[in-house]
Design a protein around this ligand. Structure first.
Ligand SMILES: *[C@@H]1O[C@H](CO)[C@@H](O)[C@H](O)[C@H]1NC(C)=O
Ligand SMILES: *[C@@H]1O[C@H](CO)[C@@H](O)[C@H](O)[C@H]1NC(C)=O
Ligand SMILES: *[C@@H]1O[C@H](CO)[C@@H](O)[C@H](O)[C@H]1NC(C)=O
Length: 446
């Protein structure tokens, strides 16, 4: 989602591979934990689902400055697509201003600016507001946010920063904000910030923050549901079990690590050199190079392209998708691999992995979002292995987001290439109509 970031996507050239290390959790001074609320979950299906998915991809391409591959939108419906963003984001309350007021923002590890809509933030109501009087702009695939830079006091999870740089957004494309999502707090590195200013976690000298992203219940009619816990300043040992496996960052811009392997049913596809992965809490699904994603779906019988990098497959399939980082293989349950159903009968499902484009990006090949992150406890730290910045993953504690598991597979797990089954053209998906539950379409955003 950045502007300036667009230019910083240039490779730093230091591509140290993530080393294999199992290290204790970073040391912390009193971590603070706050509930994350998943708001306005909307079950999406059929046309809405595809439109939503296409839109998310356009936004990601914009956010990461990837070349746009988008064909014309399959169908109109932009308004409802932007709506989906809110509905499926995990947002956290921050307080800001004097006297302080609460704002709900997406905590987005794939961007690095804080902005709040002026529909919700009123400068004249805060005695600590100071105007920087410089312009702020962010361009999304589906719209833009602009306003001006300012400073004020903000607190997140008990950490307060005075004179934090942020943007008051006075122009926000329709659908990018709502009462449920009043802005975005970027949790990436300062270098990624459009404003050039340090994000709150940097400004407050925190070296670690962690997420448990709780799944929404699809059987609940509540559009706002408990969404897990975000921890600033460390980890919460009651939320995970076993060791945290750290992946040293290959670049400090996004939280960029090396993807070891990706596969289905124990059979990995060939990644070649396409292994640079941004770990992005602000993205719902998992995007990767077209060629690899195609190979992955070719292992799922009767899968078929839905265009624009997306694929469908029979909902009854047992996909058993896995991602491997640093010799640890993590399973994505089929319920998370299903991004939604495409037909009335619920027989054709949209897959959560999609192709970002055919152009080989030298700097960024994978965007690993919530479809994966729901399945682990994730730790973002500048003080991981040997003091290196890293993203760590651990198994969730028993009882949290059931269905997740991980196992050690050694470090050569990124080799296997298995052409396996090709997708047969099978019966057309046909008219996409409304269908049933969409598995947590957590929003992209940002
Ligand atoms: C850690 O998480 C547990 C489980 O949600 C919660 O009850 C506890 O309050 C958290 N610990 C702290 C220190 O907040
Ligand atoms: C802050 O400065 C910008 C740019 O000069 C201006 O457009 C905006 O109205 C100012 N806001 C306030 C509350 O003074
Ligand atoms: C596994 O991935 C790493 C990093 O991309 C690469 O250097 C290595 O060659 C791969 N291993 C094999 C056996 O292909």
């Amino acid at each position: 989602m950045k502007l300036a970031g667009a230019t910083t996507l240039v490779s730093s050239g230091l591509l140290a591979a993530s080393a294999v290390m199992a290290v204790p959790a970073p040391s912390i001074s009193s971590p603070v934990h706050i509930p994350i609320t998943k708001r306005n979950l909307v079950k999406r299906s059929g046309d809405d689902l595809l439109n939503w998915a296409f839109e998310q991809k356009a936004m990601l391409q914009s956010k990461y400055n990837l070349p746009s591959t988008s064909q014309p939108q399959r169908r109109a419906g932009a308004a409802s697509l932007t709506n989906v963003q809110y509905d499926s984001s995990w947002v956290a309350p921050i307080s800001g201003g004097t006297p302080s007021k609460e704002y709900y923002v997406v905590l987005d590890t794939g961007s690095a600016d804080l902005w709040i809509s002026d529909q919700y933030y009123t400068p004249s109501s805060s005695s600590s507001f100071q105007n920087d009087s410089s312009a702020f702009n962010i361009q999304y695939g589906s719209g833009s946010v602009s306003g001006y830079l300012a400073t004020d006091t903000f607190s997140l999870a008990g950490t307060t920063v005075n004179n934090l740089h942020f943007a008051v957004a006075d122009q926000v494309s329709q659908g990018l904000t709502s009462a449920a999502m009043e802005g975005i707090m970027g949790m990436g590195f300062q270098r990624l910030a459009s404003s050039g200013e340090p994000p709150l976690w940097v400004a407050s000298n925190q070296n670690t923050f962690s997420f448990y992203l709780e799944r929404a219940s699809l059987t609940s009619a509540d559009q706002t549901q408990a969404g897990g816990i975000f921890t600033l300043g460390g980890t919460n040992s009651s939320l995970y079990q076993g060791d945290i496996s750290y992946n040293s960052l290959i670049e400090e811009l996004y939280w960029m690590v090396r993807l070891g392997a990706i596969g289905t049913k124990g059979s990995n596809v060939n990644l070649g050199s396409l292994t640079r992965a941004a770990i992005d809490t602000g993205t719902t699904l998992v995007g990767g190079p077209d060629s690899v994603v195609q190979s992955l779906y070719s292992q799922i019988p009767n899968s078929r392209s839905q265009g624009n990098g997306y694929y469908s497959f029979p909902c009854s399939s047992s996909v058993d998708a896995t991602l491997t980082f640093n010799g640890m293989q993590y399973t994505i349950p089929d319920s998370d691999f299903i991004a939604g159903t495409l037909d009335n009968s619920g027989s054709q499902c949209l897959g959560a992995f999609f192709g970002l484009g055919s152009t080989v990006q030298t700097d960024l090949q994978w965007i690993v979002g919530d479809a994966f992150l729901k399945n682990v406890y994730s730790v973002f730290t500048t003080n991981g292995n040997n003091g290196n910045a890293a993203v760590g993953f651990a198994s969730l504690a028993n009882g949290l987001n059931s269905g997740t598991n991980s196992k050690s597979v050694g470090t050569s797990s990124n080799t296997s290439s298995s052409p396996a089954a090709r997708s047969f053209g099978s019966a057309g998906v046909g008219a996409v109509a409304l269908a049933v539950a969409v598995s947590a379409l957590a929003a992209v955003l940002a």
